[in-house]
Design a protein around this ligand. Structure first.
Ligand code: SF4
Ligand code: SF4
Length: 142
């Protein structure tokens, strides 16, 4: 049996699109990051991507770190637990251009460290693996 997904055009007058959504916009956040130009910049991105549930995307020449993580205030019913006191960014968000259909398409999307490596290699030339002694040692215990 096939099921036809609910689309926003199916919404009846007076209905709220969010009532048909598993709260997709509350399950991640994204922060702008510097446009990478040097190998060190890509190395930082490779470090981001070595962590789970993290992506990097590019949209309109802007680079963003995308963290896939549910908001702590999101309930099992997909409702906001602090709706009356939700942050300004949540208040300003609307269904007009939201990700309800989950069909977002970025200019570039990096989900694995190898993808950033390949991109940097193509841009800057292939780096020698394991040859970055001049970079700071992140996570080191002093
Ligand atoms: S704004 Fe869009 S993505 Fe967020 S809960 Fe409503 S329908 Fe879903
Ligand atoms: S505070 Fe509420 S509206 Fe904002 S991300 Fe969390 S659950 Fe969603």
């Amino acid at each position: 049996m096939t099921t036809t997904p609910f689309r926003r055009n199916d919404l009846a007058s007076g209905e709220n699109l969010c009532d048909h959504c598993p709260a997709r916009c509350c399950r991640y956040f994204a922060l702008p990051i510097e446009t990478p130009t040097a190998r060190e910049d890509f190395e930082h991105m490779r470090w981001y991507l070595l962590h789970g549930d993290v992506s990097v995307f590019v949209e309109d020449d802007g680079w963003f770190l995308l963290i896939h993580n549910d908001c702590d205030q999101l309930g099992a019913d997909h409702r906001c637990g602090i709706y009356a006191d939700r942050p300004a960014i949540c208040r300003s968000y609307s269904t007009a251009n939201c990700e309800f259909e989950e069909d977002a398409c970025y200019d570039r999307l990096f989900e694995h460290p190898e993808q950033i490596d390949e991109f940097a290699d193509a841009l800057l030339g292939r780096r020698r693996r394991g040859q970055l002694a001049s970079l700071p040692v992140l996570g080191a215990v002093s």
